[in-house]
Design a protein around this ligand. Structure first.
Ligand code: SAH
Length: 237
């Protein structure tokens, strides 16, 4: 799967693409991250990409021309979906990440300043994705979160030991707590069941801990879990 990221901070994307699990996935060829500088498509003689907002107000707006031209240059004749990062978009979650992991190629368009001229978004028929109800200084940060969460579902990105199956949210629950050596740290012991060597005791402990964590940290998910259990039970009656 290839991500083609259009932003004003190519070096930021390149450094992300060379780091950690994502860096290894790029090296192995499981994913590709192609970073493109929107500025290099500016037709302005000073390579400007922003201008004042019509109607006045604070900040600058990323102009339509370099955005439309850069996305068109990347798309060519192909029909590649373009995701635009925006606070008003659909909120990213594990289901949406899984959905995007099915595409062989995606264009990721990052906004900067106060955002992009609306006409560019309309012409390019972008799909809008938000990474949460807060404002970032630029879409390049959202693009990295998006690539990271989507890539986890792409074959060959995670090793077996890092499989995405047991992670939080995968089954509607928060993951169980984790412990590593030493057995005791500042008077706190590792739960007995995890030291028992018994697969079934460990599995039971993890399931209970996961339910407890969901109830405590995410009562909304816990309620959904109970509702779905209730529905299954009703259907079986
Ligand atoms: N004026 C805009 C915010 C602009 S922030 C508003 O009030 O809605 C600049 C850029 O950062 C945006 O164009 C977008 O690409 C990115 N961005 C900011 N917050 C984001 C979020 N929560 N999710 C995804 N992208 C975001």
């Amino acid at each position: 799967m290839v991500f083609r990221v259009l932003s004003l901070y190519k070096e930021f994307i390149d450094s992300f693409a060379a780091t950690g699990v994502i860096g290894r996935a790029v090296d192995s060829g499981a994913i590709g991250i192609d970073s493109i500088d929107i500025r290099s498509y500016s037709l302005d003689k000073h390579m400007r990409v922003d201008d004042y907002p019509y109607g006045g107000g604070a900040g600058m707006v990323l102009s339509a021309q370099p955005v439309v031209d850069s996305v068109r240059a990347v798309r060519g004749e192909r029909e590649i979906p373009a995701v635009f990062f925006s606070p008003r978009g659909k909120t990213l979650n594990s289901a949406l990440a899984k959905h995007y992991s099915k595409f062989p190629e995606l264009i990721l368009l990052c906004g900067h300043f106060e955002g992009i001229d609306e006409r560019a978004l309309e012409i390019l028929e972008v799909e809008e994705v938000s990474i949460g109800d807060y404002i970032l200084t630029g879409g390049h940060l959202a693009a990295c979160c998006f690539i990271d969460s989507v890539s986890r579902y792409v074959d060959g990105v995670l090793g077996n030991s890092e499989s995405s199956e047991n992670e939080s949210f995968e089954n509607g629950l928060i993951e169980h707590s984790q412990y590593t050596r030493p057995r005791e740290f500042e008077g706190l012991a590792v739960p007995e069941a995890l030291l028992s060597g018994s697969h079934s005791l460990i599995a039971d402990w993890r399931m209970e801990n996961s339910l407890e964590a969901t109830r405590k940290y995410r009562p909304d998910l816990y309620k959904k879990h109970l509702d779905s259990l209730r529905n299954t039970w009703r259907q079986q009656k």
